[in-house]
Write a protein that binds this ligand. Structure first.
Ligand code: E4P
Length: 220
């Protein structure tokens, strides 16, 4: 599974990128707003930090506006994937401009039927939101499994991006369900490193080594 960072924060992106395990970035209008920098400026800076697919979302809700924004965003960098919401005009925009070579991430997907529409429209990525379904007492991870099965049944090339992942458990469940990509807030990526037995084991290794070689009396 590819790992994307779900943030528009440049410090988080620099740190994640320095670990050498980040395949791409997803942003949304809320994440961009948090940084207080206009969308296109912030996306340009992100493209300088991470060499991978960078999703940048339109803010229009009508097809004409989305198409205009899609052309502008796609021009910023070859790695840009234009994000459109899974509404009628978003699907129409994706279907039309995918044929011209623009890559789309169809976002705010909450059902397998919606994901089928994204694939039919030629989306490069579909983003089902796991955590937000869990929040309303539905099984978010089951949606990932359903979409992966449908896409496999019919050979759709659209990649399933598990979004709204809130914990390390979500990440491993998404990978087991067959998601092609998981997008993680920085906090969740950081938590993935942690295991108490790793810390305990490393502590013991270093103590044993120090005892054998650094505490030995001189001349031995
Ligand atoms: C994905 O592209 C979205 O930006 C994101 O995963 C939403 O996550 P949230 O539900 O935690 O806001």
């Amino acid at each position: 599974m590819k790992i994307f960072l779900d943030t528009a924060n440049l410090d988080e992106l620099r740190k994640g990128a320095s670990w050498g395990i980040i395949d791409g970035v997803t942003t949304n209008p809320s994440l961009i707003a948090k940084e207080g920098v206009p969308l296109q400026d912030q996306v340009r800076r992100i493209c300088d930090i991470v060499d991978g697919d960078i999703s940048a979302e339109v803010v229009s809700t009508d097809a004409a506006g989305m198409m205009r924004e899609a052309y502008e965003l796609a021009k910023i960098h070859k790695n840009i994937v234009v994000k459109v919401p899974l509404i009628r005009d978003g699907i129409q925009t994706c279907a039309k401009l995918s044929k011209e070579g623009i890559r789309f991430n169809v976002t705010l997907c909450f059902s397998a039927g919606q994901a089928l529409l994204a694939a039919k429209a030629g989306a490069y990525i579909v983003s089902p939101f796991v955590g937000r379904l869990d929040d309303i007492a539905m099984d978010g991870m089951n949606l990932i499994k359903e979409i992966c099965t449908i896409y496999k049944n019919y050979g759709y090339k659209t990649q399933v991006l598990a979004a709204s992942l809130r914990s390390p458990l979500h990440v491993s469940q998404a990978a087991q369900a067959g998601a092609h990509i998981g997008t993680l807030p920085f906090k969740v990526l950081d938590m993935l490193f942690n295991h108490p037995l790793t810390d305990k084991g490393l502590d013991q290794f270093l103590k044993d080594y120090a005892k054998a070689f650094q505490e030995a009396p001189a001349g031995r």
